[in-house]
Design a protein around this ligand. Structure first.
Ligand code: HDE
Length: 746
């Protein structure tokens, strides 16, 4: 092919769009202008199409609203005002002449602009950034002896759910992949009333008493003068707080570990954090901790990937969740319980079950599976569902009760209270996403945004005017009659809450060498971003009380002396289950990029089919969009970035096309390294640095040989495409090629 200049390429592209290339004169469409017939009026009234949304006779979770269809928006085909008056024009305001001012009487203009002015609602004070999806929970029936809650007790019982995942610190528009805790909040629409399990992806919390929540959040969020940094804990106030409130050290270590940068919402565990109390039909009680275990295993990004994603694709986790559901790779978790006897001490193996900064290692109390959650539907409208969903720890069905965990007690107040501002009044439970699937017959009346038209005259009990309705239920919610110790009122916590270091050491000691190295790097990065020397030194003292190797390594990175511990370091028994390394996981829904070009598409189609058949997602990456032969291109060299792929296959070693001016070095005009398109080189380089499996056949294999990468662990070269795929699939089971990370500590 004859080489063309960039100017020629652009001219050809423009000609292709405008037809014969005649210049366009504003106001006078040239002969090359494509004619698009604008539909003005339907030939006959059309029934509402799916996109317009059927009148909402059901809530977003599928429950009949009981309201007449006329009560809901988006009916018929014609544009109307909010009052249903058909409109002729919505593009021009009503003016005193075409050049005159807008008239105050333009009711359509005022309605449109006023509504727009009030479209936003306050974002959540924490967990503002999130994404949600609908799904189904199916009970295994294994909790039948423990709780009377029907959605857990009956084997095979299906319950609709809505789950919202979130980051904690950032604003609504912040990036998904920042280092932070993730929220994992689940609304179970049970037949006996809604149950909200409002958990996180980490089993412990920063503080032990809810009264400190505003303080930790003020410290973690942006500095109040400049409102930076956004969605980051790498700043002075955060480290000031956690080094002064040493109870925060356990949660902080989880944040600095790979758990703070999950690969996907689909690969996160979830934890109820607090201990709850279950009560069965015989009024017997047990204490439990809730766990969500992802089917795909727990996987994380590496720090460079997380940073890249924040810029390249700030919606990384949101997109991953929705793409997976739309591709039919439904995210799945098992709900499990750690069960403890309900003793007056409320401890297990010496661990205070009311302390939310402590875990009970799974080796001591195994997680017993009680049901399965599958997310299978994306929201129809983000605002209506994800923004307006309101979780509250007090949404409890009969059979599940709370404990005296001082954090849980405070949350019971906060979650109801916060909705009053965020959702502008006390009737937020009537918003479709929040409507229970159980019949509601409360005595709550009136208030802002009241949607119900309540009948009767006697919203009080007992009454003789409404036939005595509503009646108390024998099988209603059980407040377990726990004995409250007679004790003086105090502002204090139990002595057992004062050990702030043993379990942090336990976590550190449970990590593999590579995970420990990531933790060291994370502390070094975050403290390196602080300005105050005193804060760095104080945090180093905390690290010294956790582990001398950890402390010395971080101190080295900061250029500060490593302090000696001020406590005797306890003996701990590691909990191997806390490590993400060393296990094999299914690869369902994982994404494999396949690099092809015009000359080397041989076998790519076959590999694509094999990836699909294995339940994974293939993405064809090519020099340009459209098609190459019959292969549909999903990513171009311009739009692909390594962070999206869990593994990379090379069917080709694409050279920069002569007319692809973007692929050339601007100054020399020379093609990229080794004659290969530099963007492909970058893909390979990043996948290698991030310890992802890489494979190649044909020209792709030759490229890996030429660069010497074929000698690296986790790089597969083979004569056949299928041979490469089989080897890469095997490597993907352990998520990353861990041997590729240099380990600096043992
Ligand atoms: Fe929250 N938290 N929280 N939190 N939390 C909120 O409620 C609060 C805590 C968690 O997707 C708020 O509706 C206090 C622990 C999640 O809509 C607010 C305390 C855990 C979500 C609130 C905590 C969580 C929230 C803000 C200390 C894990 C997002 C908006 C006592 C077990 C829910 C809202 C969603 C949201 C208060 C601590 C998880 C202000 C006072 C511990 C997943 O009410």
């Amino acid at each position: 092919m004859e080489a063309r200049t960039p100017a020629e390429v652009i001219k050809d592209a423009v000609t292709a769009v405008t037809g014969d290339g005649k210049p366009e004169i504003p106001g006078k469409p040239g002969s090359g202008t494509p004619t698009v017939a604008e539909p003005t009026e339907p030939a006959a009234p059309l029934p509402p199409s799916h996109e317009q949304g059927q009148p909402d006779t059901v809530t977003p979770t599928g429950v009949p609203t009981g309201a007449a269809p006329e009560a809901f928006a988006q009916q018929g085909a014609y544009l109307t005002t909010a009052q249903g008056t058909r409109l002729r024009d919505t593009d021009h305001s009503l003016k005193a002449g075409p050049r005159g001012p807008i008239l105050l009487q333009d009711h359509h203009f005022r309605e449109k602009i006023t509504h727009f002015d009030h479209e936003r609602i306050p974002e959540r004070v924490v967990h503002a950034r999130g994404a949600g999806a609908h799904g189904v929970f199916t009970s295994y029936g294994t909790a039948a002896g423990l709780t009377r809650a029907g959605f857990l007790a009956a084997k095979g019982k299906e319950t609709d759910v809505f789950v919202r995942f979130s980051t904690v610190l950032g604003s609504r528009g912040s990036a998904d992949t920042v280092r932070d805790t993730r929220g994992f909040a689940t609304k179970f629409y049970t037949d006996e009333g809604t149950f909200d399990l409002v958990g996180n992806n980490m089993p412990v919390f920063f503080i032990q008493d809810a009264i400190k929540f505003p303080d930790i959040i003020h410290a973690g969020k942006w500095h109040p003068d400049r409102e930076i940094p956004q969605a980051q804990s790498a700043h002075d106030t955060f480290w000031d707080f956690v080094s002064l409130h040493t109870e925060a050290q356990h949660h902080t270590m989880w944040n600095m570990s790979d758990r703070g940068i999950p690969r996907s919402y689909r690969t996160m565990e979830g934890f109820g954090v607090h201990t709850f109390r279950l009560v069965n039909d015989s009024d017997e009680t047990v204490l439990v901790k809730f766990h969500w275990k992802p089917k795909l295993g727990v996987h994380s990004l590496v720090w460079e990937e997380a940073q890249l994603a924040s810029g390249v694709d700030p919606d990384f986790h949101r997109r991953d969740l929705y793409d997976a559901i739309e591709a039919g790779a439904y995210p799945e978790w098992e709900l499990g319980l750690q069960v403890f006897p309900d003793t007056p001490e409320e401890t297990f193996a010496g661990i205070d079950l009311l302390d939310p900064t402590k875990i009970v290692p799974e080796e001591l109390a195994p997680v017993q599976p009680v049901g399965k959650l599958v997310l299978n539907r994306t929201p129809t409208n983000f605002h209506a569902e994800v923004e307006q969903v309101a979780f509250h720890l007090g949404h409890l069905p009969p059979g599940i009760d709370v404990t005296n965990d001082p954090l849980l007690q405070g949350r019971l107040f906060s979650y109801l209270d916060t909705q009053l501002t965020r959702l502008a009044g006390p009737n937020f439970h009537q918003i479709p996403i929040n409507r229970p699937h159980a019949p509601v017959n409360d005595m709550l009346r009136d208030g802002f945004h009241q949607h119900a038209v309540h009948g009767g005259v006697a919203p009080y009990r007992p009454n003789s005017l409404d036939g005595g309705n509503p009646f108390p239920a024998e099988d209603g919610f059980v407040d377990v009659p726990v004995t409250v110790t007679e004790a003086p009122k105090v502002r204090d916590l139990p002595v057992s809450f004062k050990d702030h270091y043993t379990q942090v050491r336990l976590f550190w000691k449970s990590m593999s060498a590579v995970e420990q190295e990531h933790i060291i790097r994370a502390y070094t990065f975050e403290l390196g971003k602080c300005y105050e020397q005193a804060i760095k030194e104080r945090q180093l003292q905390c690290l010294a009380n956790i582990d001398p190797v950890l402390c010395a390594s971080v101190a080295l990175g900061l250029g500060l002396p490593a302090p000696k511990p001020t406590i005797e370091l306890p003996e701990v028994t590691p909990s191997p289950v806390l490590s993400q390394v060393g296990r094999q996981w299914p690869a369902d829904g994982r994404i494999i990029g396949i690099v092809v070009d015009e000359t080397d598409i041989k076998d790519a189609d076959e590999v694509r089919e094999a990836i699909l058949a294995a339940g994974m997602v293939p993405l064809i990456i090519a020099p340009h969009g459209g098609k190459i032969d019959s292969l549909i291109v999903q990513r171009t060299f311009a739009t692909a970035r390594s962070i999206e792929f869990d593994a990379l296959l090379l069917a080709a070693a694409p050279v920069p096309a002569p007319d692809a001016f973007v692929a050339r070095d601007e100054k020399s005009g020379a093609p990229g390294t080794a004659g290969v398109d530099p963007r492909v080189n970058l893909l390979i380089d990043e996948c290698w640095r991030h310890a992802k499996a890489i494979g190649g056949w044909g020209a792709g294999a030759q490229l890996l040989r030429d660069t010497g990468l074929d000698a690296s662990p986790g790089v597969v070269v083979h004569d056949t495409a299928t041979g490469v795929l089989a080897a890469v699939q095997k490597l993907m089971a352990s998520h990353r090629v861990w041997e590729r990370f240099p380990a600096t500590v043992g």
